[in-house]
Design a protein around this ligand. Structure first.
Ligand code: ATP
Ligand code: MG
Length: 361
């Protein structure tokens, strides 16, 4: 009997609603399949809950607790609304956990789901966002902060690009490309920011040589890539880029394929994985029972698939498959939340998925 420990971080805004929904769907699938897999869920404070109880959005006990986990469900956080002492000169909770656990790889798939309408007709691409360096980096920086005020009227932002970090994210991208359509697009801005992005681009090509001739590599400037994505999203397979560009491109890709509410992501470091919807805490709709939990459920599916590969445990893949099928079928049949034009509440949508799991043989 295999047992896995999963952390559950409810976070802010719509976080509690979409994380609760994902845990319920996972629990329902596990008991329906009864294939000998067990999960222990460990709830840990993060975001406003952490501030209120421990004066810290990511309390020490949360980090220590997560060290014992195989992986965890990370909710979004409303960090721009935190009091100044937790907002200025501090990493937000995602940044804090990504750095603390060196979760360097952020995988963000975007595809038009069956039965949904995107701004593009078809697309099936995966963005690899380097998570620890680049322009959102605070590694090696003064007090761990990558930006500071030079004078009251001038701010200075820095970035870090290192061979080690570029190599490891590039390998992740190429490895996945080998299992897909075998195309990698490297995104940079080497025409203007030359040291950093020539390094990024050239090391990606260097890593690509190890996957030659199977995987085809090309590179794009970030500005050109935004235009290419809008015009011909279906041509892209795997995209690899630095931290800030990855953040922006994945929101663009998410909206192109339908809704941010459908956009999952997974952060990994080779030993542990953090499932996290690609969107924010959506304070505008928080607490109204209208959020779309699909992004978080599909992130949980990615977490299970990653654990399956990491622990060579195909039973986790079975669970992932049933969960994914149930959520996709529910959406395709038209039971959807408001962001997709439907009228189901978060709890109704979750119940519909669980019904389907229990009915399916
Ligand atoms: P953050 O600063 O936390 O990244 P943001 O300003 O980027 O937040 P999001 O929270 O990502 O914004 O939300 C952008 C828009 O998308 C909002 O109108 C929000 O309501 C909507 N949205 C995001 N996630 C979902 C979801 N899961 N279901 C429905 N709507 C969503
Ligand atoms: Mg955002």
């Amino acid at each position: 009997m295999a047992k896995y420990k999963l952390g559950v971080l409810y976070g802010d805004g719509i976080g509690p609603e979409i994380v609760k929904s994902s845990v319920e769907v996972l629990k329902a699938t596990t008991s329906k399949l009864a294939n000998g897999t067990q999960f222990e869920f460990v709830e840990l404070p993060m975001g406003w809950e952490g501030i209120k109880k421990y004066n810290d959005p990511v309390p020490e006990m949360t980090k220590k607790g997560l060290e014992e986990m195989n992986g965890w469900l990370m909710a979004p956080h409303d960090s721009s609304a935190y009091p100044d002492e937790h907002r200025i000169s501090k990493r937000n909770p995602s940044g804090e956990l990504r750095h603390y656990f060196d979760l360097y790889s952020n995988v963000r798939p975007s595809r038009v789901l069956p039965g949904t309408k995107g701004l593009v007709e078809k697309a099936d691409l995966v963005i690899f966002r380097e998570n620890t360096e680049g322009f959102l980096s605070d590694r090696n920086m003064y007090k761990g902060i990558g930006e500071f005020m030079v004078s009251p009227d001038v701010a200075l932002v820095t970035g870090v690009f290192s061979r080690k970090a570029i190599e490891r994210i590039a390998h992740e991208a190429f490895k996945l490309a080998m299992t897909r359509r075998k195309k990698v697009a490297v995104v940079h801005k080497a025409n203007v920011i030359k040291y950093a992005f020539e390094l990024f681009r050239d090391i990606c090509y260097e890593v690509g040589e190890k996957y030659y001739p199977e995987v085809e590599v090309e590179d794009y400037l970030i500005d050109a890539m935004t235009a290419h994505l809008v015009r011909r999203a279906e041509d892209f397979d795997v995209i690899v880029t630095e931290n800030l560009f990855g953040d922006i491109l994945s929101d663009l890709a998410g909206e192109l394929v339908g809704s941010l509410g459908l956009s999952p992501s997974l952060n990994t470091n080779g030993k542990q994985a953090m499932a996290q919807a690609a969107h924010g805490s959506a304070p505008d709709i928080a607490g109204q029972n209208v959020a779309n939990p699909t992004s978080m459920i599909l992130s949980t599916v990615m977490l299970l698939q990653w654990l399956a590969a990491n622990h060579e445990d195909n039973k986790l893949n079975e669970i992932a498959k049933v969960m994914e099928k149930a959520v996709l079928e529910t959406v395709a049949e038209g039971t959807t939340t408001r962001d997709l034009g439907g009228s189901a509440t978060t709890t109704e949508f979750t119940a519909a998925i669980i019904n389907k799991i229990n009915r399916n043989e």
